[in-house]
Design a binder for this molecule. Structure first.
Ligand code: SAM
Length: 276
């Protein structure tokens, strides 16, 4: 297999990817913001808009790293519950607060708990995520699990939605990770993926080449003291299959209605499908 542009054994790839994220963990968020000029935040917000989770959604965020998707999910669901609550209260103007809370407790209200599990192979990335959760005050409905996307430590048919943001290109056997996504999703569950992909516009493609090969490793060295890891991140993007090929891989895992969309000048793709 390959690690960036290097040819390596499968075992070596896993070890090297682990070392990259172990090394960048503490600086990961800062680097993400500076390398993407903050645009990764917009992509992640867009993913949440696409997801539009309903109250009670059970989400699994694989390769979840420092928790960006999970925190957005929690905030989204909270805001949604609040809006729903306000609507309900408005439509039940004549009820007392006691009656309203009883109504919620009886399970009639939208108070069903949503839940997100962040799963990542790298303990150091999760450590940073847990610390962030503490600082942000996120406690309820959030769990952190060390696990490999290729062999998820969860039962079948458990989750409503599976997300993987900028993670799948680091996995050694993408097909196995997709099969695992299919297995842990409930029938009808959704697979949503954010990933870098091919740039089809020739001018943007040239600019992007210059930026990613000339600027990103330098920034990695200056900000995080780590040229090599950032060089790998850039190279791994180049090795990732183009949009149509990745779509076919998702379909081969059994997903239906698979679509993708190129976000922001076609630099990254989001895609996904539905479990049968
Ligand atoms: N999803 C986060 C985000 O968007 O900010 C983190 C993305 S980071 C580029 C890639 C993550 O994939 C790292 O945290 C890394 O540890 C994780 N990863 C790599 N290989 C993995 C595997 N086989 N199973 C689970 N996670 C993996």
């Amino acid at each position: 297999t390959h690690f960036g542009f290097e040819t390596v054994s499968e075992e070596e790839k896993g070890d090297k990817v682990y070392q990259v994220f172990e090394s960048v963990a503490k600086k990961y968020d800062v680097m993400n913001d500076s390398m993407s000029l903050g645009i990764h935040r917009i992509w992640k917000d867009l993913l949440l808009e696409k997801m539009h989770p309903f109250p009670g959604t059970k989400l699994l965020d694989v390769a979840g790293g420092t928790g960006d998707i999970a925190f957005r999910f929690i905030n989204y669901v909270k805001a949604q519950n609040q809006r729903q609550r306000q609507r309900e209260v408005k439509s039940r103007q004549n009820l007392s607060w006691d009656e309203i809370s009883k109504w919620y407790q009886n399970g009639q209200g939208p108070s069903e708990e949503s839940h997100v599990v962040v799963c990542d192979i790298n303990k150091e990335m999760l450590k940073v995520g847990k610390q962030k959760a503490k600082t942000l005050g996120h406690k309820k409905g959030l769990a952190w699990v060390v696990g490999d996307a290729e062999e998820l430590p969860f039962d079948d048919d458990k989750f409503d939605i599976y997300t993987i943001a900028f993670g799948i290109r680091n996995v050694t056997h993408i097909d196995r990770a997709l099969q695992e996504a299919y297995r842990v999703l409930k029938p009808g569950g959704r697979f949503l993926c954010l990933e870098f992909s091919q740039v089809n516009n020739p001018l943007i493609s040239r600019l992007y080449d210059l930026y990613s090969f000339q600027v990103i490793p330098v920034m990695g060295e200056v900000i995080a003291g780590d040229w090599k890891s950032y060089q790998y991140l850039v190279e791994s993007i180049r090795r990732f299959p183009p949009q149509e090929e990745f779509k076919e891989m998702i379909e081969d895992a059994g997903f239906q209605k698979v679509t993708y969309e190129s976000l922001t000048t076609e630099l990254r793709s989001s895609g996904g499908g539905r479990r049968q």
